[in-house]
Each structure stands twice: as C-alpha cells, then as structure tokens.
Design a binder for this molecule. Structure first.
Ligand code: FES
Length: 577
C-alpha cells in the first residue's frame, strides 16, 4: 500500500485552489517556510508533552529538534504541536483525571490540523496512554518516541551500596524515616539526590511499563523504550523516529493496520514478564477498546498465570532501567519469551515483531532472568473477584508478601485520605498486622480520577513494631513504583454503590489468591439492609472538566475512558470551506 502526494490528508489544506487554500499557504509562509516545502512534502506533526513543570520530559524540546532533523532528512515537513504535559508527581489532584483530556486534545489537534502522520513525544505515566489513545482514534500513521528512563542512583552507607529507584525508594525511605531509622538530615539529602536527570522513573513503574507496552504493540521502534533519556543513543533514536514516520505516511501504516487482539495480548505478555505496573491494566484495556479490541481483566489474569516475571527490576526485583538497557533491553526480553508471543504482528518498522527481535540477545542473566529462574514465583498480576469486587480487583502478586495470599482479617475503613492519614499517625489506633485497611471513595468517579492512593500507609504504631506490609484494599490505583499487599481497582467503586461502600469497621474480609477470590464475610440480608440505607457521597466539584469526567468516565475494569470516546470509529475529518 502506498500513497501519492495528491492523496495526503494535508493536501485538503494546501492544494485547495480557492481562497481558503490561498490563506493556508499564505499563513505557512508567514512563518518563513517556503511555498514549495508545504506543497511537495508530507506534514509530520510532533506532539510534544514538554513543559517547565514536567521534570521527566525536561529534555523533550531538544528531542523534538532531533525528530525534526529525521523528518527533514526523509523529505517531510515537521510541525511541532504542544500538548498538556501531565508531570506525574506535580499535577493534582491526579494525572489520571487528565489522561482522557490529553487523549481528546491529541485527537482534536491532529484532526484540526493539516497533519499526515505523527510522532508522539511522551513517557511520564499517563502521557503514554493519553497520546496513544488520541492517535488511535485519529487514525493517521503514528510513531511513539519514548522519553526514556532517568539515570540510576545509588546510596553508599557504611561501605554498603544500595540501588536507589525513583518512587520505590521514596516509600522505602519514608517508612524508615517514620520509624526513626533515618534522621531529618538524611531525609533531606535523599530529596536532593534521588532523581538524577531528566527522564522517566528508572524503576519498572507505570512509565517504563507503558512505554514497553507501546513498543510491544508495534507502535515504537525496536528497543526505543529501554534507552536511558540521557544516553546519546536517545537523540539518535528520536531522529530515527522522524525519518521512519515519513516512510510510514507513504505506506499508510496507520494504528488500525498494526493493532490486533494478538498485539494487545503481546503487550500483556510483556507487562507480566516485566513485573509491570498494575496501572497498565486500566490503560491497556482503554487502548484496546479504542482499537476495537475486546480485552478484559480475565484475559490479563490468564496471561499472568502463564508468563513468569523475568525482569529483575524494582519493585518486583532489585535493579533499574539503565541495567535493563545494558542487559539488552526489551527486544532481548521479548526474544527470551518469544514462545509466548505472536511474532507475526506488523509493527512501525514495516516488519513483523519476530523480525524486529530476532537478533536480540540477553547480555546479563541477572537482570533478564532465564525462564527457569524467574524473579518471583508469584504472578505479576492477580485478578480477584467476589462480593467485594464483582467486576474484579487487581493485585501485583510479584510485589506483595506471599503470606497474605490466603488471609482473613477485620476491616478498618477510611472514607478519605485526610481521615486515613490522621488515623495512621495515631499510636493508639485499634489495629494489628492482620487488619485489612480499607480506603474507599477513591475510584474514577469518587476521587474523582482514581488517584494512586491504593498503597495505604502502614499505621505508625505498626511501623514502630517493624511491620512493613499488610493487606490494603481500595478502589484507587497504586503507583507502579510501589510495592505491598495492596488490592486495587475494586470494581464497581464505592462512589457508584459498589460493595466497598457497605464495609464497616470490624467486618471480616477474606482473600484467597489461589482461588482468585475476595469476600466480605457479611450475610447477604445484612448487606441488603446496608445497601438500602446507602447514600452516594457528595460531589464537591460541580463544574467544568471534572463534572464532565464524573458523568462519563467508565469503571476501572472498563479502562476509565469516556463512554463517548470508546469504540473503533476514527475521528471524522473536519469540513474545509
Ligand atoms: Fe514521571 Fe515517574 S514521575 S515517570
């Protein structure tokens, strides 16, 4: 399949013979661009999620220049389009609230401008699914250019060296600080040094998981998601992206030609082998639904049962993304699990996934483990169901303590984070290590935006006793960099009347990971009485985008997309006259 110049989408703007075409060409020349350049070349949009408040993307203005170099060398005309940046740690109340807004922005930016193909510059958590979802819905040739992980950090204390990972060790050191194991000067010093460079979190958190997933889907160049942001290979990769997207435009290699059920299952296989973030579950389902692929939680549970965790990366393991790159990166990992993948799927290279990874070899078996020696005997993902989560809840088995896999404990319930934090600081709190901490009203509608509140703090009283993990249950998400026996995404959520809303202090909750069950041990007739008396929590924000979000977001097991954006229909072309 190949396109002619006359068939390019941008020709509707620039080859129009009337007054409108005159205006379009005139305004491009107003910027100093030559008339022949806009007449003879495909226009490549570069969606850039850079901002001064997006630390993980601090280098993306320079990378946009590298992409432009590649586009120009290949005979295209690059045009940069800024999009919202969504720096994960900075944006409040939660970036997840804005993932769908970014997806809408990308779709509408591409729809409303004369763009023939697009390079997406993103990487920090929600920016990856947000940009990809929008580009899928637009349906123009798309190439994802990952921001790349930040540099490794390490801490040397008393002659002992510890690898330090962004996100994961914030929680580790916070617990040590709370327990009095490190002092305030050490805590302040850690704040200054832990994030050493631009780039995304260097653990297998949501950012690394999602960029790897997009590469496995066939939407990024082979190996691109593993390259550290500050490596000289990174700008070279960005130039490769610019060069390749021009060829993709001529070949009309749209996401619709690349994304299949098999490519989404490949992405799930990669997520599990990486011990990837539970957040990927929500994003993968949302992206699949945009591509018209029906992917459900049980599909992911099935993949997790058969694919071992091989990447020895925090929080499931003890290495960082830079180590993963040296060990061969994602192509080497995919080669090792090749028997689990559909290798015939077409990718942005114009070749199959199998062809892309055929020559990739693992260079370090400690970082990418052999099949016979996985990082964890537990699955990267467990989907639990029962009266507490009829539509499912998820747990990262490989980052949890296996002694809680069969557990029964009494509930201690919090309706909000302030209530939770106040209680957890109370040294007289009625809690022990078997208690199941519950946080509700933290789901897509309730919070709203399903923040990463699911790694509930261990009560200070228990930290002082040396407790570092316990069972925690919520309708929230958890940072992919975090660890612990946290049961997340309980669906339907409390704010829309899910059973989580009916739990009371002292109720017993039973978890059985082998049976994939989670049960509130309260008789059905009692639950019916509580349900009849339940009132939905008030919604403090009643205007603007937040209102739109609460009225249209779907539940966690459905991907938290907007109901009016789902489906495989691509965005209609704008009328030009
Ligand atoms: Fe940006 Fe973790 S905060 S990737």
């Amino acid at each position: 399949m190949s396109k002619t110049l006359a068939e390019l989408r941008s020709r509707r703007w620039f080859s129009e013979s009337g007054m409108r075409g005159f205006g379009h060409r005139q305004r491009i020349q107003q910027m100093g661009v030559r008339r022949q350049d806009v007449m003879d070349r495909p226009v490549i949009g570069i969606i850039n999620t850079w901002s001064d408040l997006s630390p993980c993307h601090a280098h993306l203005r320079e990378r946009a220049e590298a992409v432009k170099r590649g586009v120009l060398l290949a005979g295209g005309l690059p045009m940069e389009l800024p999009a919202m940046s969504l720096g994960e740690v900075i944006v409040k109340p939660t970036t997840m609230l804005y993932r769908n807004l970014l997806a809408m922005e990308v779709e509408e930016l591409l729809r409303s401008h004369p763009v023939d193909g697009v390079v997406l510059l993103a990487g920090c958590d929600k920016t990856t699914p947000g940009t990809v979802m929008g580009a899928i819905s637009m349906g123009v040739p798309t190439l994802f250019c990952p921001a790349g992980p930040m540099l490794n950090d390490r801490l040397v204390q008393g002659g002992v060296t510890r690898q330090v990972g962004a996100g994961t060790h914030t929680r580790v050191f916070w617990d040590e600080y709370q327990a009095g194991k490190i002092d305030s000067d050490q805590w302040k010093a850690l704040e200054t040094r832990m994030t050493r460079s631009p780039g995304t979190c260097n653990t297998m958190g949501t950012a690394s998981t999602m960029t790897a997933i997009v590469e496995a889907l066939g939407l990024a160049l082979p190996g691109s998601s593993s390259i550290p942001a500050m490596d000289s290979a990174h700008p070279r990769m960005a130039t490769d992206c610019g060069e390749r997207i021009v060829a993709m435009v001529w070949d009309d290699l749209t996401p619709q030609r690349l994304l299949t059920r098999e490519s989404f299952v490949n992405a799930a296989v990669v997520q599990m082998a990486l011990g990837g973030s539970t957040n990927a579950v929500v994003h993968l389902i949302a992206m699949a639904r945009r591509a018209g692929v029906a992917l459900v939680l049980d599909d992911l549970d099935q993949v997790a049962r058969r694919v071992p965790v091989l990447a020895n990366l925090f929080p499931s393991g003890d290495r960082l993304m830079e180590d993963f790159y040296y060990a061969g990166g994602l192509p080497a990992l995919m080669n090792r699990i090749g028997a689990q993948l559909s290798l015939g799927e077409l990718t942005v290279t114009g070749r199959s996934l199998g062809e892309n990874i055929a020559a990739s070899v693992v260079q370090d078996d400690e970082v990418i483990r052999p099949l016979a020696r996985p990082v964890s005997s537990s699955a990267a993902l467990v989907v639990l169901r029962g009266n507490l989560a009829p539509e499912g809840a998820v747990m990262k088995g490989s980052a949890a303590d296996a002694r809680f896999f069969k557990h029964r404990g009494r509930a201690l319930v919090f309706d909000s984070p302030p209530e939770m934090h106040a209680a957890c600081a109370d040294m007289d709190l009625d809690v022990d290590e078997d208690t199941v901490l519950v946080l509700r009203n933290a789901g897509p509608v309730g919070a709203p935006g399903m923040p990463e509140w699911g790694n509930l703090p261990i009560p200070k009283k228990l930290l002082a006793r040396g407790v570092r993990d316990m069972v925690r249950l919520s309708d929230a998400r958890m940072s992919g960099t975090h660890y612990g026996s946290c049961i997340l995404h309980a669906s339907p959520e409390a704010a829309v009347g899910g059973t989580l809303a009916l739990v009371r202090n002292g109720d017993e909750i039973a978890i059985d990971v082998a049976a994939r069950s989670i049960t509130l041990c309260v008789p059905d007739d009692e639950l019916a009485l509580r349900r009849a008396a339940w009132q939905p929590p008030p919604r403090p924000v009643t205007r603007g985008y937040t209102r739109l979000y609460q009225e249209h977001v779907t539940q966690a097991h459905e991907g938290c997309d907007f109901d009016f954006l789902e489906g495989s229909a691509t965005s209609p072309e704008p009328v030009i006259y």
